[in-house]
Design a protein. Structure first.
Length: 221
């Protein structure tokens, strides 16, 4: 029996009050720089019980300018930029080598909030990438050791064999380096904060990097 996608979509509700609380947001009281507000919003999302608040959409473009997007994990955010990691030879790694700009998107539905970040991307020193990798779990190291990210896979069995060997090595040699593993940092040129409103009068505050500090401006929803 088929599913009527149109009907299913129309049946869904956005920001159901049983699971979502839309907090007030006064843009006049926002800090002068976006990182402070991002940290505050992130902590609020965690406290509100948002599942996996550190996951984000990462948009890149290939050599021809065609866009691509996927979900990755935020590894950190500081004055150096918003950080994520991948193999340098992965699709996203190849995109960033050819066109070193990207956009990030966070969505925290329990609060009706989004954050969008755009800017140039650079690879951190190898030592930073290896340090970040080895500070994570055995599973993260095993996944990195499995390698060949984005390459064509012959079979599920092939992946199973490679993954089992990688898990064994990660447990046996937790300091094993993975040269292709790269920590990327996006230096924000633009950061937008979106607060949903029940009456659809959504608040959108955009920060743009200036010669000295940041400029702030409101956007129509």
């Amino acid at each position: 029996m088929g599913t009527d996608l149109h009907q299913l979509l129309r049946s869904l509700r956005v920001w159901d009050p049983e699971v979502t609380e839309l907090p007030p947001f006064d843009p006049e009281a926002a800090p002068l720089a976006p990182l402070e507000l991002f940290t505050e919003w992130f902590a609020t999302a965690v406290a509100a019980g948002q599942l996996e608040p550190h996951t984000m959409s990462l948009a890149t473009s290939d050599e021809s300018g065609l866009p691509d997007v996927r979900i990755v994990m935020l590894h950190g955010a500081d004055e150096g930029g918003w950080s994520f990691a991948s193999h340098s030879g992965s699709r996203k790694g190849r995109h960033l080598a050819a066109r070193p700009h990207a956009a990030l998107g966070f969505y925290w539905p329990v609060l009706g909030r989004q954050v969008r970040v755009r800017g140039p991307v650079s690879a951190a020193p190898s030592a930073d990438g290896q340090g970040d990798l080895h500070a994570r779990s055995t599973g993260a190291l095993a996944a990195a050791l499995t390698g060949r990210q984005s390459e064509v896979l012959g079979s599920v069995e092939e992946l199973t064999r490679a993954s089992e060997a990688a898990w064994e090595r990660a447990a046996r040699e937790p300091g094993t380096p993975v040269p292709s593993w790269t920590l990327y940092r996006l230096r924000a040129e633009e950061v937008e904060f979106f607060q949903g409103d029940e009456a659809r009068r959504h608040v959108r505050l955009r920060y743009r990097r200036a010669e000295e500090g940041w400029t702030r401006e409101l956007l129509w929803p």
